[in-house]
Write a protein that binds this ligand. Sequence first.
Ligand SMILES: Nc1nc2c(ncn2[C@@H]2O[C@H](COP(=O)(O)OP(=O)(O)OP(=O)(O)O)[C@@H](O)[C@H]2O)c(=O)[nH]1
Ligand SMILES: [Mg+2]
Length: 313
Amino acid sequence: MEMPRTVAGMDASNILIAGVGGIGCAWAHQAHQRAQHHAHLVLIDADDASFQSGENIHTLRLGHALDSVGCAALPPLAEQRMRGLNTLTNQLLADTELVILLTGLGGGVGTGAAQEFARQARQCGAIVLAVAALPFEAQPTRLELANEGLDRLERNAHVTVRLSLERLARQARERGQLWQMGAEWIEDLVDGLVRTLMSMGLINLDLMDLRAIVDQVGEATMLVGVGRPNDPKGILESALKAPLAAMDVGGAKGCLIQVEGGQGMTIGQVDAVAELFTSALDEDAQVILGARVSDDLEDTIRVVTLLSGIRPA
Ligand SMILES: Nc1nc2c(ncn2[C@@H]2O[C@H](COP(=O)(O)OP(=O)(O)OP(=O)(O)O)[C@@H](O)[C@H]2O)c(=O)[nH]1
Ligand SMILES: [Mg+2]
């Protein structure tokens, strides 16, 4: 276990939640509602309907005032327009250390602009964690587009987590929700990451830890688990229910794990959860553990993990 230490001062302008395209903007806005005071938000779309206003919210419009029809299924157009905003994004990204990018692939804007925004952000020196939703399998044309966008996003972002809309939709149905709204998982993930990096905890993680993990060669993914403090198994099970595209995380070489609980959380509970979450990893995996007490968590433990160095299946 790492020794406690202090975090180099991060503030809200160091973390940017970015939504690209219709669904990406909706998810990013929802996630930002929860993390509002700890992160900035940028909404990027060709469609004005995606834009919101509020504290720490920025918008980047792809296109001209007179055509609000978007980049309907035209990724190259979206990419070109994103590139045209380079000067603006450089200003926006000046203090940014971490970008959490949310998007849905398969349409025009998400597919074309998300990977270009990731490239710009990385060039500005930010760590880029992307969450990309893949289209339903019954949409072959969109799937094909999505895969091209995914390829480039994976090259430009440090970590790209693939979310399956199929699984997301199935889970939302089970809960009686609309799939578009079934993004609680994304909110937990973003909120967990933001808190992990912003807050002074029992054991603090910082950007150097995050860099060490994202620099591992191979694929990466993130997991979020929530459950009762004395039920580490239940917490792991909830994490494995995430609507992620199929991936075998056993054998991961790097793992950043943040355990967050209420006032009563004990080091023993933290250890038990961390132990279980890391038991499937490679023997020599680099594991960085953080833990923190949150006043708003009562009788609940939430775990956010970033796994990297996963061998492609
Ligand atoms: N079946 C279905 N899929 C959707 C719907 N909305 C979004 N999706 C899926 O989510 C992906 C991204 O959608 P959006 O975020 O709306 O697309 P966009 O990036 O704004 O792209 P354009 O509007 O085409 O420029 C699509 O490829 C679809 O797979 C919907 O209402 N129904
Ligand atoms: Mg759209």
